[in-house]
Design a protein around this ligand. Structure first.
Ligand code: PLP
Length: 343
């Protein structure tokens, strides 16, 4: 399988006009990566092998990466930001922290990936999509005689007291998608009242968006609010994990990629961007990283048992509004004041 990736990627790159050259001549790429570390490592290794470009990769959550890119605005350290939820990529575009690019591989993508590109003025592009839902430990809930949640309203039930984990939106893009989803479903006042009432049932607001489902897998918590594709990843790894999607409807992410404004290695950044949109590169998410998002390249298959977004009741997530930097900041500050700071 590995060989096939390399061969296909090389063929596609050759087709896109990239000449083969010795590794030493290819330079390096500073990559900020906001998907799970296994996938980030697979991307770095395979891109390096396919192109000879040395990759320095740093993995952090989406909110943390946006904060780093902001702090480094005058003196950027990264060239490309791969993955992580779409809203902070849109905020970075609006704040002029990233730059426009048109890849020759855009034509291979699903319309939702290009919608992200259009609404960011060509600065962010979709690389995968995934829906928010409830992950749960089937054995732990059965042992405690707790029926799994089916609806957002179920989570307020006393049976989930101290049993739920969700991430902190300051560091995690996933957690921000959860907040934006609730606001869109319920209206802002009701959504914040809901989150305040949910608080006693939450045992921890984690730094990383994927920590809650990992805690579910280990049996440390009964339920997570997370992307449902990550529940399947844990189940495939042998843990007693299942998921449901909320009966009222749910939000989703367009996991994105951006080139940093002022990137020192712009040629390498564009080459990575083109590569990351190809079908062989997008297969790596599942084949090397065990990830089950919906890939944005139309030729990349939905991995086996991956959640089918066409069968999930999705809201019409308003990416333009909730990706706006000021809206994102305002909602996170309100969350800090009214939810996260509660005893
Ligand atoms: N890892 C995976 C597999 C994801 O799908 C996402 C969402 O884009 C993230 C990580 C983002 O993590 P965080 O919520 O910590 O920003």
């Amino acid at each position: 399988m590995r060989r096939r990736h390399t061969f296909l990627a090389a063929a596609l790159l050759a087709g896109a006009g990239f000449a083969a050259a010795p590794a030493a001549a290819q330079g390096s790429l500073n990559l900020y990566c906001s998907v799970q570390v296994e996938w980030c490592q697979a991307i770095a290794t395979n891109f390096q092998r396919d192109t000879g470009i040395r990759v320095n990769m740093t993995q952090r959550g989406s909110g943390e990466t946006l904060a780093a890119i902001r702090a480094e605005g005058q003196n950027p350290r990264a060239d490309v930001w791969f993955g992580g939820t779409g809203d902070p990529h849109l905020a970075a575009a609006e704040e002029n922290l990233t730059q426009a690019y048109t890849s020759p591989n855009n034509a291979q993508l699903h319309p939702w990936a290009l919608a992200q590109w259009n609404q960011s003025n060509q600065r962010a592009i979709g690389v995968y999509a995934g829906a928010v839902g409830f992950g749960f430990n089937t054995e732990l809930l059965a042992r405690k005689n707790i029926a799994p949640p089916a609806c957002w309203s179920d989570l307020l039930d006393a049976r989930f007291r101290g049993e739920i984990q969700v991430a902190n939106p300051n560091s995690s893009g996933t957690a921000y998608v959860v907040i934006a989803t609730l606001v869109q479903l319920m209206g802002e006042e009701e959504a914040f009242a809901y989150m305040r009432r949910l608080h006693p049932n939450v045992n921890s607001y984690t730094r990383s968006g994927t920590a809650p489902i990992k805690a579910v897998a280990r049996g440390e918590t009964g339920v997570s609010l997370s992307f449902v594709h990550d529940a399947v990843t844990e189940r495939n790894a042998g843990f007693p994990v299942s998921y449901t999607t909320p009966c009222e409807g749910t939000g989703y992410e367009i996991g994105s990629m951006s080139i940093i404004r002022g990137a020192r290695n712009l040629t390498q950044a564009r080459r990575f961007y083109d590569w990351a949109l190809t079908e062989p590169a997008q297969r790596l998410g599942f084949e090397a990283g065990g990830q089950l998002q919906t890939p944005s390249n139309r030729a990349a298959p939905l991995p086996p048992n991956a959640p089918d977004l066409g069968r999930i009741r999705l809201i019409e997530y308003d990416f333009a509004k909730y990706g706006r930097a000021a809206e994102r900041r305002r909602l996170i500050e309100r969350w800090d004041r009214e939810v996260g700071s509660q005893p």
